[in-house]
Every structure is written in C-alpha cells, then in structure tokens.
Write a protein that binds this ligand. Sequence first.
Ligand SMILES: *Cc1c(COP(=O)(O)O)cnc(C)c1O
Length: 411
Amino acid sequence: MAQINNNYLKLQAGYLFPEISRRVNEFTQANPEASIIRLGIGDVTRPLVPAVLKAFHEGVEDMADGGTFHGYGPEQGYDWLSQVIIDKAYKPLGVDLKTSEVFISDGSKCDSANILDIFDLSNKVAIGDPVYPVYNDTNVMVGRSGQMNDEGYYDGLVYMPCTEENGFNPDFPSEKVDIVYLCFPNNPTGTVATKEQLKAWVDYAIANDVVLLFDAAYEAFITESDIPHSIYEIEGAKQCAIEFRSFSKTAGFTGVRCGLTVVPEELMGTTDKGEKYSFNKLWNRRQCTKFNGVSYPVQKAAAAVYSDEGWAQVKDIIDGYMDNAKIIREGLSAAGIECFGGINAPYIWLKTPEGMTSWDFFDKLLNECFVVGTPGSGFGPSGEGYFRLSAFGDPKNVETAVQRIKEKWGK
Ligand SMILES: *Cc1c(COP(=O)(O)O)cnc(C)c1O
C-alpha cells in the first residue's frame, strides 16, 4: 500500500469552523425562533459590480465565436491584465513593476500555499500568532514542522506573538529565520503596519537574508492615507519580498477566483552550491509546470475592476463594508468593549469583556445576543481572550447585532 503524507496527520483536524457550526446548530435547534446574525465568516456578501459583470459576460461571449475564442492562455496571466494592475494598482503608489514580475492566479490562498514549492525545506519559517491558518498548516503539510505541542505551537516553526503590547505588529523573530510571513492589513486582527514599521521589516530582512512573504489581500480596505498598500512602497523591498494580492475581498471574487503574486526579478536566494538564483525564475517554472492559467472571462472581469467605472463601483462596496466596521467598532467601544482594527480592514478584533476566554464569549454572544463571531483562540494561542467580528454583513443586521450587544453589555 502507498504511504500517505504523514505530515497531514500532525494537523489539528479542521477544528475552528466546524466547532462554530456545531454550537450554532445546537443553539438553533433549542431556539428555533431566534434570529441569528452571522459576523463570523471572512467572506464577502455583496454581488459583483455591473462593470465587472459586463466584462465577465463579454468574456464568455468571446468564447462562443471562433474568431475571439481563447484556449490556453499564458500560465502567468494575460499581459493586458498584469499591465492594468501595474498601471492602476502599483504606479499610483510609486511602485514600478514589469509584467514579468506579476503572476496572475486563481487566488492568494493557493499562491501563499504553493510558494513553498520554491523554498528548500531546510529554511526556518516565522509566522504571526494569531495568524491566517494557511501559513501555519501549509508549512506543516510540506514537512517543515514536528508535532503540535500542548500550547498549540508546532515544533520547528517560529511564532511571533501579535499582542496588544506590540500593537499587533510582532517583534522580529528571536532566532535566525529565512522566511517571515506578514499580513497587513491583518486577518484576524484588522490592524495595519505603518510605513516606519514596514521599513523596519525590510531593513531587518535585508540585513538578515530573510524573504518576506507579504499578504496584502486587504489593502483595498485601507482608509488612512499614510498606511502603505504594498510592501514595495518601502525602498529595498524588491530585494527581499514577495507580495500576494487578491480580487476576492477587493471586488467580491471569492467565488470567481483571481489573485496575483509579485515576485521581483531582484529577489535572490542561494543554491546548494552557494550561488545566487532568482526566485522569479523558479516561480515562473513552477507556474508553467503546475498551473495552466486563470480562465479568460475571469481575467476580463478582473481587468474591469480597474476601469474607472469598475473601480468607482467596487470602492462604493468597500466603503459600505467599512461603514459596517465603523458601526461595530464604535458601538462596541460605547458598550465598554475594547476594540482593535476595523479602521483599515474589515475585521474588528475585540478584547473579551471580564477576561472571558474566547469560547466563553462566543457562547455568551450566541446565547444572549444571537450573534455569531469567531473566537480569537482559533487563530493561535495568543488570540486567546480575543474575538473577531467581520464587517462583511448586511448593514441592517450589523446595526441590530451591535444594538443587541450594547443592550447586554452597555454599562
Ligand atoms: C481571504 C484571504 C485571502 C484571499 O484568498 P483567495 O484565495 O484569494 O480568495 C488571502 N489572505 C488572507 C489573509 C485572507 O484572509
């Protein structure tokens, strides 16, 4: 019989969201008339905007005609999409990229997982705690870790606690590492890094031969003008950073699937003979071998996000989500609950009142307010005592949820 990849057995078996569902189901069975409001899941709720839909439809129509039909496209994505992204999403930030540095994909969850293909297993990896679970679990799956210990950390991985004390921007790893994952604006904490803080990361990375894997999935939600949208806004970042972006949260593409990864040509690693080698070349080779591109209509739809009309429509939806975030943040603060994030990200990270554990607060919120959120401890040990609420809901429901919380907790 074939041996399985035993690393998969080290993973904690999909605990967080199934456990949330179990508790919610149990509650609804006992209280069938309670109107539950779900502010737990990190998925968008608003439909695609008209300009994007129009381009999507046109892309499908093109496929119906022999003259405009598209078969296999470039594995790296169409140049016209990469160029629009460079011109509309990067140039205004003062960042110059070549189309050969932009790789279009079916989303950044996949990219942030697949990127491990181009790094040797011997590299030491540091991740945040709490963290987007993909970074942790994919490193376990490829065999970079030992077992999980009693505290919830995997042997062999380096964890960087993101706490109130450090403003949720972690300290540099205390030991020598080769790869650091950063996610700003952050999921789950909703917090951001300033230009100075990102500069410190870039300086650290260059000084210590570290590659930064920078997840910018939420950059479009930044409302404060001095917060960087891209790691490449920092001088020197092209020497040390790979950036992931996604159309998922930005433009409601969670069910459509499109993202991109930037691998600058300057970014070098070393071979086992100690020679420099380009990560861009490796990622290109990887994509050409294992990926066959994103569908043509989807790339047409993605390009329309950056049309004048498309961007205005998309921005309107983002502003609506951020209005929700504001309602949640201000409402909870008024009820005496300490909140973080929610200003430049669609997540509010709240400190559970009265020192409750994350799961105790989950139960209380469900049973007394009929509101579902996500326990912070599910994102890592340092998330204990915190709780994530998402702003991707319907504004009326968000208002109602906040009202209920205020009534229960307002002093
Ligand atoms: C939602 C999300 C993504 C986007 O994933 P896609 O695969 O592009 O849908 C990436 N990173 C983080 C931290 C996210 O929360």
